[in-house]
Design a protein around this ligand. Structure first.
Ligand SMILES: [Fe+2]
Length: 402
């Protein structure tokens, strides 16, 4: 079979995303060094207005990304205010602070450059800049949260880490350490206007972040295929991502400077984002949200640990869908009789090779902790699980892992 270059594959999937009418940024720019197009793109959205640039931690300034973006925008007459140091998953307090600053500045455009936390902050700030109240009022909980009165500001996402695919999605995951929750603010209008995906920005991502990001993307692709909200269009796209994922993840971790692998990883991540936004997820993400909210376990790490266990647990309820997904992951043309077991074993092997722990035992969780994790796992992702779960069933599932 001829190998299709990543840039061409990206053009094909972007065309398919729009043809299928999936929720996604209306413009998706993908490819090495395409950040250089940012000024032209921003000019179309916010000529003569100010931009607010949200950036991650020290790495953004260290590698000069702030200066690059400010320069690209200023050439088109757009002045930029930079708010940086956004690290760790967004909290209610931090997002409210950023929103207050945005309301003062009244920008015409939000640009968020960083990992999932920065881009999720960008989605929330683009919305709250033109809507009053705290982000907490808009979060999904027992109900869907407060409805926003005004449409969010135009928003350009620029991922610098491959994994979450947050550049593509219509939700922002917000946590509260005090109230021990991690919930989503979600609306179709929160889909970023433009995503600029330039894999050259991910070359310096450290080993552990590359590994956990890769496992997050892999989990998102597989869970979107087995979710009870799955649809044929997203399953087809997820399978495209899964065919690239195994090699892209392992090479990106082993050889961080390998540009071809980073490019594939950026595409895998983008596909994971569009699939989760349009088909939902399942139990690994449900439990990962609880482990993040209660114990600060990094999201991708939790996904990577949980994925093989949740797939074995769910296999009987989604055997056909899982077999197809794992056949794509293994790059097998046909459907071998033991494809599910082989595929899950290959995920375990990959996770082990890139340093993901085999279980949750290092956390030292006690019985009451297990029950608390189970209670906090019952969010939107869990509602997509092939087997309907109660907190008691989740606790029973977790006990052998802790
Ligand atoms: Fe995820």
């Amino acid at each position: 079979m001829a190998v299709v270059p990543t840039a061409q594959k990206a053009r094909e999937v972007i065309e398919a995303i729009h043809r299928y009418g999936l929720k996604a940024p209306r413009t998706i720019i993908f490819g090495k060094n395409r950040l250089t197009e940012l000024g032209d793109l921003a000019f179309l959205l916010a000529a003569g207005r100010k931009a607010l640039l949200l950036l991650g931690g020290a790495s953004a300034r260290h590698y000069g990304l702030d200066r690059r973006i400010v320069g690209l925008l200023s050439r088109h007459g757009i002045t930029t205010e930079v708010l940086d140091g956004i690290h760790g998953e967004p909290t209610v307090a931090r997002v409210d602070e950023l929103a207050a600053r945005a309301r003062e500045l009244q920008p015409g455009l939000i640009v968020s450059a960083g990992g999932g936390s920065v881009m999720d902050s960008g989605k929330a700030v683009a919305t709250l800049a033109v809507n009053d109240g705290s982000v907490e009022e808009y979060l999904e909980g027992e109900d869907e949260g407060r409805t926003m009165a005004a449409a969010p500001l135009p928003h350009i996402t620029i991922p610098t880490v491959a994994g979450t695919g947050a550049e593509m999605t219509h939700n922002a995951v917000i946590g509260s350490p005090e109230k021990k929750f991690k919930r989503s603010m979600r609306a179709d209008s929160m889909i970023p206007t433009i995503a600029v995906i330039d894999s050259m920005l991910t070359l310096s991502v450290p080993h552990d972040v590359t590994a956990s990001g890769g496992m997050d993307a892999l989990t998102q692709l597989i869970e979107s295929c087995i979710s009870n909200r799955r649809r044929p269009e997203t399953t087809a796209l997820a399978q495209e991502g899964l065919r690239l994922a195994r090699e892209a993840i392992s090479v990106s971790v082993e050889a961080p400077g390998n540009e071809a692998a980073r490019d594939k990883m950026a595409l895998v991540s983008m596909l994971g984002g569009v699939c989760l936004a349009n088909a939902g997820l399942a139990m690994a993400h449900g439990i990962a949200a609880a482990l993040g909210a209660l114990y600060g376990v990094p999201h991708g790490l939790a996904c990577g640990i949980l994925l093989p266990y949740t797939l074995r647990y769910n296999a009987s309820a989604c055997s056909h869908e899982l077999a197809h997904a794992l056949s794509a992951f293994l790059n097998q043309g046909g459907m071998a009789p033991r494809i599910v077991e082989e595929g899950i074993a290959a995920i375990e092997k990959l996770a082990d090779a890139i340093g993901i722990p085999a279980d949750l035992k290092e956390m030292g969780l006690q019985e009451e902790d297990v029950q608390e994790v189970a209670r906090h796992s019952m969010g939107t992702s869990m509602s997509g699980n092939p087997i309907p779960m109660t907190p008691e069933q989740v606790a029973e599932f977790l006990r052998p892992l802790v």
